[in-house]
Design a protein around this ligand. Structure first.
Ligand code: ZN
Length: 126
């Protein structure tokens, strides 16, 4: 449930940034799926000391996170599978905030060879 909310909230955030209909689906679904995945990671690692989650919920979410990562790794779908892998690669290299700012500005993921600043050197997406 939380993973789905995080995914959908990311779509909403892009909408509020004026990106509706302007992003390639693989870029948007990839980063939104990654946001859901990051939520699961946060949920699993933030401990069970808070009142709203139990160790059973944390274990279930950890198993779901591992299963999701495995499925995304094998998913041949260009939008969800490749989109997720591209998003995780970009975020690993550039960080989440930079990647998302870059997407909003350039409507694509940061290029591999693009060391910074927030300027696309000309992907096919633009
Ligand atoms: Zn989505």
């Amino acid at each position: 449930m939380g993973e789905t909310m995080a995914h959908e909230m990311m779509h909403a955030w892009f909408y509020l940034q004026g990106c509706r209909g302007k992003l390639e689906r693989s870029v948007e679904e990839g980063i939104c799926s990654l946001m859901g995945y990051m939520w699961m990671e946060w949920f699993c690692t933030s401990g069970v000391d808070s009142f709203y989650k139990t160790s059973v919920q944390v274990q279930y979410t950890k198993d779901l996170k591992d299963y999701t990562a495995h499925c995304m790794e094998l998913n041949q779908d260009k939008i969800y599978g490749q989109g997720f892998r591209d998003a995780i690669k970009a975020v690993s290299k550039f960080g989440f905030n930079y990647t998302v700012d870059y997407i909003v500005k350039n409507k694509c993921l940061p290029c591999e060879m693009d060391p910074a600043p927030l300027q696309c050197r000309g992907c096919a997406v633009m």
